[in-house]
Design a protein around this ligand. Structure first.
Ligand code: SF4
Length: 374
């Protein structure tokens, strides 16, 4: 698949692939709106019970038990992005693996092998999910299978009204708006190359489409990472959210990609309560030591665009590849010797370097949620 970037800064396919339904949806009649799944099925609840049992048994015996299928899967739609955020390996052009986007056909192959389907699909990882023109069809497929889907975006691709409508109709439960500023200046201080006018239009397109179709979903959640330069804009962000029709705003601490002293001094707020790190020597470290406990390796996984399965989103470069869900099949990878060996490694306390920046098990970090609509 060759790709080009259009004026709105995201890719369109030059050669068609994926299922014909996705191509029709991209250019022809739009499908009827789907409703997000409200309650888990019995099979999903039984599976969740098995996963809890596996976590408990594994930590009690220090052996890696694998019971059930993952309750949560993160799938990476694409590694492309039109922005250049300084703490993002994609934005800096430093992702150490081939880039691309997942096709609808490959997504279906993975999804249809999951029994029961996961409770939750998080549709992002590295890159902007909406650069993949199959993303709305991927959401529909997962929603139809019985999964709640959330997606995190930099919003700009939604400046295209048709894309905004496809997303609203897809059955998406929550659309996370990753915006770290309430003015054009502070927005582009971190979202380098960003255009705040497109952001506002993109949000209004989604809200207007929801109103026109009489839908409550997707729920719009503005995720505002707190940096030194944007602290004074929190009230303005809340005012924008109310006037644009955003449902809630979450002010959250930022994750640093590099833990070197100068990086933190450049970006982090002075107020210790508004950051997750403290400076120790020349390095920033998480304020609290994580518990020697990781549930993600037993209950969830991340699938990169080419099918590579990694334990979690902290493995940005795929250094801990556990197999390929497209060529080998997800259930086979999930139960493979390589995956078990990785779980045993975490259980034994010899964690890889990526775990040093992980918030798993740290549930008292600052995050403030404001409902802006009832
Ligand atoms: S970084 Fe380590 S501790 Fe955190 S979720 Fe991944 S494997 Fe678990």
């Amino acid at each position: 698949m060759t790709e080009r970037a259009d004026g709105a800064g995201f890719a369109e396919p030059v050669a068609a692939d994926g299922a014909p339904a996705a191509a029709t949806e991209r250019s022809g009649t739009l499908p009827p709106p789907l409703q997000p799944r409200r309650r888990p099925t019995c099979a999903q609840l039984v599976n969740a019970g098995k996963l809890l049992g596996a976590v408990a048994a594994s930590y009690l015996t220090r052996r890696a038990f694998v019971w059930g299928a993952p309750a949560m899967l993160m799938v990476e739609p694409a590694t492309l992005c039109q922005l250049h955020c300084p703490h993002c390996p994609t934005g800096r052009g430093e992702l150490n693996r081939p880039g691309g986007r997942i096709s609808l056909a490959d997504f279906r192959r993975i999804w249809d092998s999951l029994r029961p389907p996961p409770l939750l699909l998080q549709l992002w990882n590295q890159g902007e999910p909406l650069v993949n023109p199959d993303t709305p069809a991927i959401i529909r497929h997962a929603v139809t299978a019985g999964t709640k889907v959330t997606l995190s975006t930099n919003v700009e691709p939604l400046v295209r009204e048709r894309l905004a409508e496809r997303i609203v109709r897809s059955g998406l439960h929550t659309l996370i708006l990753s915006l770290d500023g309430a003015t054009a200046e502070s927005h582009s201080a971190y979202r380098v190359g960003g255009d705040f006018t497109k952001v506002e239009r993109g949000i209004r397109n989604v809200v207007e489409t929801k109103r026109r179709l009489g839908l409550k979903h997707p729920r719009l959640q503005w995720q505002f990472l707190l940096f030194r330069h944007n602290l004074s804009e929190r009230k303005l962000a809340l005012r924008h959210a109310r006037s644009w029709g955003v449902d809630e705003v979450v002010f959250n601490t930022a994750q640093l990609e590099s833990l070197k002293r100068e990086q933190g001094e450049r970006w982090l707020p002075d107020d210790e309560n508004l950051r997750r790190y403290v400076l120790r020597g020349n390095r920033w470290e998480l304020k609290r030591r994580p518990r020697p406990f990781c549930t993600r390796i037993f209950a969830s996984a991340v699938v990169q665009w080419d099918g590579t399965v990694v334990p979690c989103c902290f493995d940005k470069d795929g250094r801990h590849s556990l197999g390929n869900a497209i060529s080998a099949g997800f259930p086979e990878v999930w139960r493979s010797g390589r995956y078990r060996a990785f779980r045993r490694r975490i259980l034994s306390g010899t964690r890889p370097e990526m775990c040093a920046n992980c918030t798993e098990g740290l549930n008292r970090l600052y995050a403030e949620t404001h409902r802006t609509r009832v």
